[in-house]
Every structure is written in C-alpha cells, then in structure tokens.
Design a protein around this ligand. Sequence first.
Ligand code: PA5
Length: 402
Amino acid sequence: MRYKDNYNPTISDEVLFDEILKEKEHIGYYNLVNQDTSHFKEYAKSVQHKDIVVIGIGGSTLGTYAIYKFLKHSKNLEKKLYFLETTDPIDIESKLNGIDLETALFIVISKSGTTIETLSIFKYIHSLVKIDKNNTVIITENDSKLNHYAKINDIQTFEIPKNVGGRFSVFSAVGLLPLAVVGIDIDALLRGAKRVSDSFFSKGEEYKNILKKARFFVEYKNRFNINVVFSYSARLEGFNKWYIQLWGESLGKVDINTTRQGLTPIGIIGPVDQHSFLQLIIEGKRDKTVTVVKVDDFDKNLKIPTVHLEGLEELEYLHGVEFSTLINMQADATIEAINDLGDIPCDVITLESVSEESISSLMYGYELLTSVCGKFMYIDTYNQPGVESGKIILKKKFEQKK
Ligand code: PA5
C-alpha cells in the first residue's frame, strides 16, 4: 500500500514557532527592534521647521499617526505633525490652510514610490511652494522612482528595506524619522517593542499569550469571525485605525488549501461607543471576540468637581472622582458585563502609562499576533494582491480618458 497527501492540518505550537523563526530570517520587521537609530536622531536634531507635514497613505502613515495621537498631549512637543493622506479635496485644502507652507518640512513616504494618493498630493504641494532639499525629505525603497527623483533633486532620503512591508514598517524610518523630528523618544519606542520581541522569542509571557490568542482566533474563526478592539482612551483612536489595516490587509487572503480566510477587525473607543456598538456586542449575534485596551495611568488628575446642580443631585456620588478613575471603572464595568454573559471571548490589555514604551509594546505585540495568525491560517501575511485590481482599473480609466 502507498500513501500520499496534500493536506495542511492545524500546526502545533512547536512547528509554528519554528516557522516564525524561519520567517524572521527574511521578513524584516522582526529585526527592526535591534537597529541603530543614530542617523534618525542626527537628522531630527538638524530640523528647525516647526510644522512637519507627512505625505503618505496606509502603512506609510497609520503607525506614525497612532503613536503621535497617543503621545502628543502628554509630551512637551515643540513641533507639530500633520498627515496628508487622502485625495478628498476638502481635506487637503483645509489641512493646508492651517500650515505655513513656506516654513514647513515635508516628509514624503512611499515604499513603492508610485502610490497615486501620495504622488498626487506631493505634486499639488509642488504647485504651492518650492520643493527642494531645504524643506523636503523622502522615505522610500532604494531603487524606487521616488528615490530617483530625490537623487536628481539632491533631496535627502531614508531607506525602507525591501523586506519590511508597509503595514509592518512603523518601527523603520517610516515611523521613527517623523516621530524623532517632532521630539518623540524613538529609542524608548524600540525598547518597548524589543521587550515584547525578547519575551516572545525566549518563549516567555508574550509567547504564551500571543500563541494562545492566535490559536483561539483561528480555531474559532467560523464562530467568532469579528475581532473588536475596544480601546478605553480617545488617544488610541489612531491605534485602532492602524490595527484595522494590519489585521484586514494581512489576514484577508486565500490560503494554501484555496480556502478564503479572514478575521474582521473592528476598532471602537470607550466610553463613547458604550452608547453605540456595545448594544450589538451584548445582545447581538455571538460572532465577536472583544479585546479591551485600558490605560492604567493617564498622568492627568482632572477631577469631577463638587458642584451642586439643582435637580441633578443624582450624580453627586461622582464628586471628587478623577476622570481617569471614571474611565477605567467604565472599562471594568463593561468587561464585567461581558464576562457575566459567559459566551463572549474577551481579553484585556492594560498599558501602564501614556508612554513610548506602552504604545510600542502594544503595536509590536499586534504585529507578532498578526504574523502568528497568518501562519496558523497558511496564508501570505505580507502581500496584498486584493488591492491591486482597483488600481489597474483606475489607471485604465485615466488612459481611456486621454
Ligand atoms: O501595507 C501596505 O503595504 C500598504 O497599505 C501600503 O502601505 C500602502 O498601499 C502605501 O504604499 P506605499 O508606501 O508604497 O505608498
């Protein structure tokens, strides 16, 4: 008797870990935690401009936006970061109206160097202000057309390594350069990411948590196809957007068994979305997991004052309570309400503080979780063939118009 098969059954944790180790040799983001950051810091020191305008889209901006949004009010930043991402003309005009273009620094970021949104906006900026080496820096692949443009115009460039994918590039020049320029401590960012990386690769706490979570998500994907990240801080709105891109663009794929895979990411903010999406979680279809993200220490002691308002005595138990206590108690009450139901998978991630280390460990942990889910699903986590067809159609439409 002979036997042969082409089955790809569920992988064991050991095999999966070996696969990730193999992948680490050629997928670049894993090793960004160990890079030398001195060239970013040196460049940052030389920047005198106050308004820093990032032009890019998707993986070229979302991670930077997530970190900046989380930290900007908790740091004494002297420079301001703006993001030009969309082709919405009202958005472009309104953002540009708030910036002094004559004194701004433009950071143009595109790995491929040919992205339509990025280049259209860059061209528009060209029509408004003289672009040269004094007000522009470019972050791209070494052999892209954008790099070529930079070289012939003597504009400084920073490289995005070929093996670092857009949505995994936040800890490369893509995120580190603009963040260093506005005064974020990029070494602290890498420290947070490295802590998670070391714990994962030494099979510590992160390894256990990430593998357990990924295995659960993938094994129960047909029952719980939607993963809701419920972030209890308005400062995490950017993180939610970044997570949606990372999860959606990485995991929505056809696997090697030709099965369509994908987990649907949803990002909501507490307590605002307690007055909205929470109803769907509590009473709706049981097709969702919920991850609550909390911040232990907001480092802001804003209080609800003892103000007696006639007819509104009901809420006097809140007098003297700090808003940070209130928001965390709201998160805990939501978690308890979900857990009491007993049929909604829920986990809680608590960030110690509003700091570089906290946000980077959260983000790096999500990058690892995405890679591990991708391995469990037998997909290519790092490509995005699904977004190409629309681009080709758009190009044809413009060619037909000529
Ligand atoms: O994750 C990705 O690869 C994409 O979301 C890209 O970041 C996005 O399409 C922008 O591409 P580029 O950096 O080449 O302009």
